[in-house]
Design a protein around this ligand. Structure first.
Ligand code: HEM
Length: 486
């Protein structure tokens, strides 16, 4: 049920001395679970709820879940307020806490000083010059995969892109010949992710984890095996002390004189490096942040290209002209502008990180509203980037929205697939490079076509996955294929 106008609620201030009055945005009047039978409330799909809120109440809306106040924002300037201008008044912690069962105190889950120090330490590993070294690894893996398909073969694109991006992130993290280890890591990660998506939906996942329930035991065992792999690689690297040009070398070379919150084990074991535990947390964080997001972006891109043959043809022409039959290199990326525009437009319609959350640590004023400490704030790339207020014909796939001229006039935070502010995605440049190089490598030899009659829908988990397998048929391209390198 709608409350037509913002409500003003008196409440106690944090100090408890003076009553403080808050001004809440319009929104649902009853507690969320009471809407169980409404179409917009489906416990596994918050997109429906967010869509309903934005449509019914406008750019800022409010609802309650139990005793918590939740504000949903669909306005670029206010998102900027939260992520940039007033960032100091917000934390991620509570909204991300459950992820710690897997990620520990890595970049995604840590907060405050500790996060800032880790971010400074990790930054050089993601510098543009450094990630250039990863370009060849990316193309090599892509070329490998494209060599395994047969003309007319039908396969699940989503599974293929997961496999490819997992290999790429494993290779760029650990370099050298770790194929066998990567395969084992792949298996563990697959088990973990299947269970993890359910686990983090539980209110107190970390406390259930010790229960002797088969699914939970499987998660724990897979996590222990993954940890063992990662610790083994760290130990080998420490022993050889060599810089292999990969992410792990960069993270190990980094300095850290501090201590993680509340964990003696994390004290640096080597005087100038992160402790093994800290390295483990960062490695697993980068690993998980770095593959499923890109896999989903690529899968949705192939889907959109299959539905928009003119754009697909234009992209292939660009690739043929730029590469003349050779495999792409980093130097080709600036000449693959349309390919990049396709990738950008795909992440507008299907942003892999489809929503973000923060919690206020103090009273905040946001637009005309005044909200108590402890309020949760959510905003969604998926909803905002499909809003007619910011995009004409928002559901139309149109890479031309990403010409330099269009980008220059776009409102800030009306497109934010990588977040923003001090916690903006550290892997953004890595992801753009990977996206463009993989699209070019695969599209140079193949075009992919949706098997007719499939239902396509989104599944908003941690990332925006396709809900069903995305079955596609690979057609070998005749143009230039005789001259292809692989
Ligand atoms: C298309 C691909 C990707 C998308 C859409 C994406 C999106 C995002 C977003 C939205 C955030 C900010 C979350 C927040 O502030 O709440 C983020 C953070 C992060 N991403 Fe990505 N990401 C992608 C690829 C990658 C890759 C390839 C890596 C690493 C190789 C990576 C590593 C990280 C890390 C470590 C953070 C945490 C940064 C911090 O809080 O300091 N991401 N990503």
């Amino acid at each position: 049920m709608a409350s037509p106008s913002p409500s003003a609620t008196p409440a106690q201030s944090n100090s408890g001395r003076e009553p403080e009055s808050f001004r809440f945005p319009p929104g649902l009047q009853r507690n969320l679970p009471l809407y169980l039978f409404r179409r917009f409330f489906r416990p596994g799909n918050p997109i429906l709820l967010f869509e309903h809120l934005a449509k019914t109440y406008g750019p800022v809306s409010h609802y309650k879940l139990g005793g918590s106040n939740i504000v949903f924002i669909n306005e670029p300037e206010l998102i900027r307020e939260i992520l940039v201008t007033q960032a100091a008044a917000f934390i991620k912690e509570r909204t991300q806490n459950r992820m710690k069962i897997l990620l520990g105190e890595g970049l995604i889950t840590s907060e405050g000083e500790f996060h800032m120090r880790q971010r400074r330490i990790a930054a050089p590993a993601f510098h543009r010059q450094r990630i250039q070294a990863y370009a060849d690894m990316m193309v090599e893996r892509g070329a490998n995969m494209r060599g395994t398909w047969q003309p007319g073969q039908t396969f699940d694109m989503s599974a293929a892109m997961m496999e490819l991006t997992l290999e790429i992130v494993a290779q760029t993290l650990f370099a050298t010949d770790v194929t066998a280890a990567i395969r084992e890591i792949n298996d563990e990660v697959n088990v973990i992710m299947r269970l993890y998506n359910y686990l983090i939906a539980l209110p107190r996942a970390e406390s259930y984890l010790r229960w002797p329930i088969p699914g939970l035991m499987r998660f724990r065992k897979a996590r222990a095996r993954l940890d063992a792999q990662v610790y083994r690689m760290i130990a080998e690297r420490r022993a050889s002390n060599e810089d292999r040009g990969d992410l792990l070398s960069m993270l190990m070379a980094a300095r850290d004189e501090g201590e993680a919150p509340g964990d003696k084990e994390r004290k640096p074991s080597a005087p100038q490096g992160m402790s093994d535990r800290q390295l483990r947390d960062e490695v697993i964080t980068i690993f998980l942040a770095g593959y499923e997001t890109v896999a989903n972006a690529l899968t949705w891109t192939w889907y959109l290209l299959s539905e928009n043959p003119a754009a697909a043809e234009r992209m292939r022409q660009e690739i043929d002209e730029a590469l003349q039959g050779r495999l792409p290199t980093l130097e080709d990326v600036p000449h693959l502008r349309y390919t990049e525009m396709v990738f950008a437009e795909s992440m507008r319609l299907y942003p892999p990180a489809w929503a973000m959350g923060r919690q206020s640590t103090q009273v905040v004023e946001l637009g005309k509203y005044r909200l108590p400490a402890g309020t949760y704030f959510f905003f969604s790339q998926y909803i905002l980037q499909r809003s007619v207020q910011y995009y004409r014909e928002p559901l139309r796939f149109d890479p031309e929205r990403f010409t330099p001229e269009q980008k220059a006039v776009r409102r800030r935070f009306s497109y934010f697939p990588f977040g923003g502010g001090s916690r903006q995605c550290i892997g953004e440049a890595f992801a753009w490079m990977e996206g463009v190089l993989i699209l070019a490598t695969l599209a140079q030899r193949w075009s992919f076509h949706m098997v007719p009659g499939q239902t396509v829908d989104v599944q908003p988990k941690i990332t925006l996955r396709p809900k069903y397998p995305m079955m596609m048929t690979a057609k070998e391209r005749s143009v230039n294929s005789a001259r292809l390198e692989m």
